[in-house]
Design a protein around this ligand. Structure first.
Ligand code: DSN
Length: 434
């Protein structure tokens, strides 16, 4: 069989056209969504492997299906590598996503109706931390803490006061849009005081934890959950971590509690990504992610926008664009037209609506994977500022789009090297885009 043969293109041109167009979008644009990244070709190959054909309900050595000896080897590799990466006693690598990992912890740690204290979505939390339409918010009684109005940092006085008042069974730390390091020990102290369990959802900054440049929650938390595809740079998926004494209960809670068969191809991708993250060059990568975020934030702040908390010490920043006379919706749209992809985002105490909030969220993990550094961040900041200051200037948008694609060409994305045929097929893009 010819490994370069394009089966999707031959069998299903409609799907292939969309894949090819997406590849071109990723290649020619600047991906600044803080939760996205580019996996290595090795991770992509593992995820696209024959392991997708295999059912393996259960755990290594204890499966409900025959023929699991090879997927057992894969899952053991993933578990052992993740344990080493985070200094954990037990890691379950089967959650299909971060949301699934969180559901599994809730199922084992609390009962429906129990009180949980978590970070407010409107201040940077996540929807699985008790948003009213999410199963977490439907099944459990969530109370939320936020950030202080004066400095936009997590208000630990409020966390402690709410914990004393409501006596939650579980405290949840972790965020989707918080630009500062999270102080896990302070959460652990408050949880201990009120006899609550502590869960840390480190999905956004897991790669920084793996690299040793963000505080590791594993030593102080009862449960730690994460996705594997953000700063950690693995395939889409989740993990859940606990101490050995809770291992059996957590495993039961993932399967059969909240999931059926594991996605073994995805677990193989996780194993490959964990091995990559254990290498010394991953630490260098993670340091560059943070350096780039700091450089981008400083350049933006000096150009007339406001940064939530005044800056960043992780991989992302929240930019209040209203000083420029626009909202987050228009900012996202105009940047999109330039080939810069980001998402509109609420800022703490936002007076605007979620579909047109005051801010945008920008992140540097994907650009850093492409090899960009602080010089490129300065240039990108100037492009962002100039188009946000004149969003109706279509000529400026066109010039910026060209600048963006020239820069992107100098820093090839890993995926673009995998399928050169798609990258070159400009006609495909026209077909899809009309
Ligand atoms: N949706 C993810 C993010 O963009 O932060 C979190 O799950």
């Amino acid at each position: 069989m010819n490994s370069t043969h394009n089966f999707v293109q031959q069998e299903d041109p409609a799907v292939w056209d969309a894949i090819a167009a997406e590849q071109i979008r990723q290649r020619d644009g600047l991906e600044m969504i803080a939760s996205e990244n580019f996996t290595s070709p090795a991770v992509m190959q593992a995820v696209g492997s024959v392991l997708t054909n295999k059912y393996a309900e259960g755990y290594p050595g204890h499966r409900y299906y025959g023929g699991c000896e090879f997927v057992d080897a894969v899952e053991n590799l993933a578990r052992d590598r993740a344990k080493k990466l985070f200094g954990a006693e037990h890691v379950n690598v089967q959650p299909h996503s971060g949301s699934q990992a969180n559901s599994a912890v809730y199922l084992m740690a609390i009962q429906p109706g129990d009180t949980v204290l978590a970070f407010d979505l409107a201040h940077g939390g996540h929807l699985t931390h008790g948003m009213k339409l999410n199963s977490s918010g439907i099944l459990y009684r969530f109370i939320h803490y936020g950030v202080r109005r004066d400095n936009n940092l997590i208000d630990f006085d409020q966390v402690a006061a709410l914990a004393r008042e409501h006596k939650p069974k579980l405290i949840v730390a972790g965020a989707s849009a918080y630009p500062r390091e999270i102080q896990h020990a302070r959460f652990a102290e408050i949880a201990r005081e009120v006899s609550a369990k502590l869960m840390v959802d480190m999905a956004h900054y897991a790669g920084l934890v793996a690299a040793g440049i963000h505080d590791n929650p594993v030593p102080v938390a009862d449960f730690v959950t994460s996705t594997t595809h953000k700063t950690l740079r693995g395939p889409r998926g989740g993990i859940a971590i606990c101490r050995a004494e809770n291992a059996k209960a957590l495993d039961r809670s993932v399967f059969p509690g909240t999931q059926g068969g594991p996605l073994m191809h995805s677990i193989a991708g996780k194993a490959v990504a964990f091995a990559e993250a254990l290498r010394p060059d991953f630490k260098i990568y993670a340091e560059k992610v943070v350096d780039n975020a700091r450089a981008l934030a400083a350049a933006l702040a000096s150009g007339g926008v406001k940064l939530v908390s005044g800056g960043t010490d992780n991989h992302l920043m929240l930019v209040d664009v209203t000083p420029l006379g626009i909202g987050g919706k228009l900012a996202e749209e105009v940047l999109d037209r330039c080939g810069i992809t980001c998402n509109k985002n609420m800022i703490p105490y936002d007076e605007r609506k979620p579909m047109d909030p005051s801010g945008i969220r920008l992140g540097t993990p994907a650009l850093t994977t492409r090899g960009m550094g602080t010089d490129e961040m300065q240039r990108i900041a100037q492009w962002i500022l100039r188009v946000l200051k004149s969003p109706a200037d279509t000529a400026l948008v066109a010039v910026t789009k060209q600048d963006v694609s020239d820069l992107a060409e100098q820093f090839p994305a890993p995926a673009a090297q995998l399928e050169p045929q798609a990258s070159r097929d400009a006609r495909t893009l026209q077909t899809v885009m009309g």
